[in-house]
Design a binder for this molecule. Structure first.
Ligand code: UDP
Ligand code: MG
Length: 326
């Protein structure tokens, strides 16, 4: 049987604390896969430096000098996790049969890569890594994340429950990804849209080995909100519904107060008035904001700006040491 060429893609943003260990563990893993004849010896690990401000790129570059297996891709600035993944996938796709994306912090179980490759060899084009438990996450993260998957499900977006960005994609699937030209690529939502034969493998999610999360609450919420508004217009419909309801409620109130006035009881304070003004005003602002969010999305999409810019590509064009300006 032909052994597939595997590229393991690792987005890294300020990961100097953990990267040394990640490089060790992943190269050991890949060597093991090659020795076990599961993947071709042409397989590589591609570290994508997403505009890190620390020694991340230095570490990647060093490792690439020490091992043929290790390659690096340096983005010109921080493009975000999803775009870093895309940059890696698109750079690697020509020279790979399948690609696994995995975080740099070793929270995902690298041993699950064996199962993923096995499934790929059985003919699956996409293999999702699914967390069998979220024991290692904080209670807050667990609840918010579960809430997010549930909301997405209710909104009719097909997501693989408890799957993040640890997945294997075959070359064909990655080639199809190119045709999704939207500038906000929410991969968890897009990959299931590609179709093809897909399956899941299960693993225990561990704690971050070192360093801090690169997804503070602010980024996490923005990511979730982007995910929702990129995939569903239900929120905007919901706002319209709320608008209708409050319109009818105010009609009823209006009639009620009018009758009170007509029949002599004029003890009408300004309380009711002021509350309804605030209520309606608030609702209007929320609705406007939400509409604005969608319009903003359209505006962004029409500009078709590049999602990321590559500074150095050691995967496709090895660069000499002198050029590196280390
Ligand atoms: N990451 C990235 N660009 C960013 C933010 C994060 O490439 O702007 C990478 C980060 O280095 C890590 C992965 O995305 O490899 C997931 O980030 P993290 O582990 O901090 O997120 P969490 O697991 O806490 O959700
Ligand atoms: Mg992490």
């Amino acid at each position: 049987m032909n052994m597939p060429i595997l590229t393991i893609i690792v987005p890294c943003f300020n990961e100097e604390e953990v990267l040394g260990e990640t490089i060790n563990q992943l190269t050991t893993k890949l060597r093991e896969l090659v020795t076990d004849k599961m993947v071709s010896e042409k397989s590589k690990i591609l570290f994508v430096d997403d505009g890190s401000k620390d020694r991340t790129w230095h570490l990647i570059y060093k490792a690439s000098l020490n091992s043929e297996m290790v390659k690096g891709l340096k983005l010109s600035r921080n493009a975000g996790h999803q775009n870093a993944l895309l940059a890696g996938l698109f750079s690697a796709k020509e020279a790979s049969d399948c690609m696994v994306t995995i975080d740099a912090d070793l929270q995902d179980d690298i041993h699950a890569i064996n199962d993923m490759v096995m499934k790929f060899n059985e003919g699956y084009e996409v293999v999702y890594g699914v967390r069998s438990s979220r024991e290692s996450d904080t209670l807050f993260k667990r609840y918010t994340a579960e809430g997010f998957y549930k909301v997405m499900d209710k909104l009719g977006v097909k997501l693989v429950f408890n799957h993040a960005d640890f997945r294997l994609m075959g070359k064909r699937a990655v080639e199809e990804l190119v045709h999704f030209a939207e500038s906000n690529m929410f991969l968890r939502g897009i990959v299931p849209l590609i179709g093809f034969n897909s399956t899941s493998v299960y693993y225990e999610r561990k704690e971050r080995l070192a360093g801090e999360t690169k997804y503070p609450l602010r980024k996490m919420l923005a990511f979730a909100f982007d995910g929702i508004t990129s995939f569903s217009v239900t929120p905007i419909r919901f706002v319209m519904l709320v608008g209708f309801i409050s319109f009818f409620v105010s009609l009823v109130f209006g009639l009620y107060f009018l009758t009170l006035k007509l029949f002599g009881n004029t003890e009408l304070g300004w309380t009711s008035l002021i509350t309804s003004i605030w209520l309606i005003g608030g609702l209007q602002l929320i609705a406007l904001g939400l509409v604005g969010e969608y319009i903003g999305k359209i505006y962004k999409e029409t500009k078709r700006r590049p999602k990321y810019i590559i500074d150095v590509d050691l995967f496709n064009l090895p660069v000499s040491r002198k050029l590196m300006n280390m």
